[in-house]
Design a protein around this ligand. Structure first.
Ligand SMILES: [Zn+2]
Length: 303
């Protein structure tokens, strides 16, 4: 069920780890925030400089999504933002003492588990949804992403890398609370053959078998998958995190094919720039209708 009111975490949460690309050690602290705050990053190593997680602060995007304001960078925001959207967290202050969020286990599961253990607090303000009124699409060669009017928030993703294991597609309806069970645990992945090139580019300095699925031509090199289609589920995870930069939870249907962070954030920019393609709405409280379906199902057993 979709919560209709804004939410925050009920207490503070701490993590420490290393950045996937920088390899830099970082401490992260998530703090409850008042209604209307949104998701705000705070660099405690730079006089508490703040950057809001919204589209106009998106910086260079290649292998991870970064935010930048006045030259200050916050890197690899997508997994935490994804966990927030997936679990219905609207307002949180994210303190960190370095430039990149920790990669943790490569998924959003540590965040989701922490939110569940500390609790989620419902706030007294109606959540505004960004309702899609007409389609917005971005196409680049064989890559595609589009958003369409829809009832709720659903995502369909298709990937098609040149390896049989990586032809997968997945659809999730986030309104049905599927995030925790179907998306959160899916880990990031990379190809062994790209490793040298990426390291030469100054990327994946923090990557290890503990925080990423490593693929070669022969398949997965480190352990078992958490889902047979974990790769495409992780793409969905990333997309949810990147679309959080629209600044409001989307009310519509998203379709992506062979996309990535650059395409995801290009869609956010195009969407936000086209004011006729969306409006902001609040949803009425869902009526609590106790339909007799359950009781009816039980009755044949009782008879
Ligand atoms: Zn990712």
């Amino acid at each position: 069920m979709q919560a209709q009111l804004e939410q925050t975490i009920a207490g503070s949460i701490s993590f420490s780890g290393i950045g996937l690309h920088s390899g830099a050690p970082v401490h992260l602290r998530l703090l409850p925030a008042p209604a209307g705050t949104g998701i705000v990053f705070r660099r405690t190593d730079l006089d508490n400089f703040e950057i809001q997680a919204i589209g106009r602060n998106v910086a260079k995007v290649s292998y991870a999504t970064s935010l930048m304001r006045q030259g200050v960078l916050i890197s690899t925001t997508e997994h935490l933002l994804s966990a927030c959207i997936g679990t219905g967290i609207d307002n949180v202050i994210v303190e960190l003492d370095n430039l990149e969020l920790p990669i943790l286990d490569g998924s959003a599961l540590p965040y989701v588990e922490a939110f569940q253990s500390v609790g989620i607090k419902v706030q007294r303000r109606r959540r505004e949804y960004l309702r899609i009124l007409r389609k917005v699409e971005v196409r680049e060669n064989d890559k595609f992403i589009g958003v369409y009017p829809g009832d709720g928030y659903s995502i369909t993703y298709e990937i098609n890398f040149p390896a049989p294991i990586l032809r997968q597609d997945f659809t999730v309806d986030l309104a049905a609370d599927a995030y925790g069970a179907e998306i959160a645990a899916a880990r990031t992945f990379g190809f062994r053959e790209d490793e040298r090139m990426l390291r030469d580019m100054g990327l994946i300095r923090g990557a290890s078998p503990e925080n990423a699925i490593i693929l070669s031509r022969n398949g997965v090199q480190n352990g078992n998958l958490r889902f047979p289609d974990e790769f495409v589920r992780h793409k969905v995870l990333d997309l949810i995190g990147d679309l959080a930069l629209a600044g409001h939870r989307i009310f519509g249907r998203v379709v992506a094919e062979r996309a990535g962070h650059a395409m995801h954030t290009a869609l956010v920019s195009r969407l936000l720039a086209d004011r006729s393609a969306w409006d902001l709405i609040t949803l009425p409280q869902l009526e609590v209708t106790r339909r007799p379906a359950r009781a009816a199902r039980l009755s044949p057993v009782q008879v």
